[in-house]
Design a binder for this molecule. Structure first.
Ligand code: HEC
Length: 179
């Protein structure tokens, strides 16, 4: 049938007409527009990059980020309540931001006597499992707060206040296995 046959371009440079006719309608055989192709290839490229970033480069996944945020909030709440019992201090010792603050205090205040690896020197080793004054978090907190004046360990409670004291205790505990 003559109207099903491909039509030659009308004018030079015009797109060819596709061979079918539906309800008397014919189509040009047009190249897809650049913006459309750009969007298609763009989404494919984005998908590949996104997949690599999430699956291959060990970006912490959402679940871990949420767990960490919850941990931070829990520790901040405990710290704000000023209730430094054993459980609270252990929780703080597993919370990155608190341990980092405690480490900063340790570097300025404790490192001269207890050493950069908590190995001791003028003061005693704080990384081993031998404790003169008790190794429970609350006992360490008490020792740091009140000091052991006769042995040359200053009382840090009045100097640092409870929050910073608890943070530095959390830093020491971060070097120990939780019960
Ligand atoms: C001027 C030196 C000096 C500084 C500074 C110092 N300490 Fe000490 N610390 C000591 C000495 C000495 C002892 C040992 C006390 C004893 O023999 O009873 C000690 C003991 C301790 C203990 C008890 C260890 C145990 O076995 O029971 C803890 C905990 C402690 N220090 C934490 C800290 C923290 C935290 C800081 C910083 C905020 C700090 N110390 C700063 C000298 C120091």
């Amino acid at each position: 049938m003559s109207d099903h046959a491909p039509q030659p371009p009308q004018k030079p440079g015009e797109d060819p007409i596709r061979p079918h006719v539906f309800d008397g309608i014919q189509e040009y055989d047009k190249r897809l527009p650049n913006w459309w192709l750009f969007t298609l290839y763009g989404t494919i490229a984005f998908a590949i990059v996104y997949w690599m970033m999430t699956q291959h480069f060990h970006r912490p996944d959402d679940g871990k980020q949420v767990a960490r945020a919850v941990q931070e909030l829990r520790a901040a709440k405990l710290a704000a309540a000023g209730a430094y019992d054993d459980a609270a201090l252990w929780t703080m010792s597993r919370t990155d931001s608190i341990v980092a603050s405690g480490q900063a205090t340790y570097q300025t205040t404790c490192v001269s006597c207890h050493g950069d690896k908590l190995q001791g020197g003028i003061g005693v080793n704080l990384a081993d499992s031998t404790w003169i004054h008790g190794g429970k978090p609350t006992e360490i907190m008490k020792t740091v707060t009140e000091g052991v004046l006769v042995k040359g360990m200053p009382a840090w409670g009045p100097v640092l206040g409870p929050k910073k004291t608890a943070e530095v205790v959390a830093f020491i505990l971060s070097k120990h296995a939780a019960p």
